[in-house]
Design a protein around this ligand. Structure first.
Ligand SMILES: [Zn+2]
Length: 207
């Protein structure tokens, strides 16, 4: 569904999370909505190489090693989803750290499976009120997020918002202001400038 002001680029609301590679997205669509997508991104798969970034693209491991690691990553994403219901926060954090370490032998830091587990780790840190830990993950996530998601993505806005609030809470006002302004700039285009939520965030800037 394209919307938003002309010239701002199209803003899409999506059925699925656009972070993931084409194959994952279409598996999801087939499972949940019974269709395959034929948008430009899905037919050209042009963002997939960056989303599946390798640690050392100049000297890549064998295709089989890459396939195996993608399979491992998809399994660990699923396993973590289930584990959230019964494992303790510290066990969950360990699961994130171990899988990031293992994937890091093949994948680069901008690989979306690495980012997925970093995002989960950030969530656990937030839950444990470990603000520094959450910030550390968030700072790693934001740049590749901005690259993988389409422009004016609310997922990116939401990450800037989290970062902004973490910086503010940790008395890093300059970085906090910058991050909150980035969030607002995206939300103004995605939601429209007079959305109530934007006013809320602007209030946080004035404190
Ligand atoms: Zn698509």
């Amino acid at each position: 569904m394209p919307r938003g002001p002309p010239g701002a680029g199209q803003v899409f609301t999506s059925y699925i999370d656009l972070l993931y590679p084409t194959e994952d997205r279409n598996d999801r669509l087939k499972d949940s909505y019974f269709f395959t997508c034929d948008c430009k991104e899905c037919t050209t798969k042009q963002k997939d190489p960056a989303k599946l970034e390798l640690r050392n693209p100049g000297d890549p491991p064998s295709p089989q090693t890459i396939r195996n690691m993608i399979q491992y990553a998809r399994n660990v994403v699923e396993e973590f989803r289930r584990a959230k219901h019964y494992k303790s926060p510290s066990e969950l954090l360990e699961m994130c750290e171990l899988s990031i370490e293992k994937m890091g032998t093949v994948f680069g830091e901008n690989n979306v499976y690495m980012l997925h587990m970093m995002y989960q780790a950030m969530g656990v840190c937030l839950y444990q009120q470990d603000w520094e830990g959450a910030l550390k993950y968030g700072q790693k996530i934001i740049t590749p997020y901005s690259k993988h998601y389409p422009p004016y993505s609310l997922n990116v806005a939401s990450m800037w918002l989290k970062l902004g609030r973490l910086y503010m809470g940790l008395e890093k006002k300059l970085a906090g202001t910058k991050a909150l302004k980035k969030a607002i700039a995206i939300m103004e285009i995605a939601h429209g400038a007079d959305h109530y939520y934007i006013a809320e965030v602007k209030k946080e800037l004035e404190q």
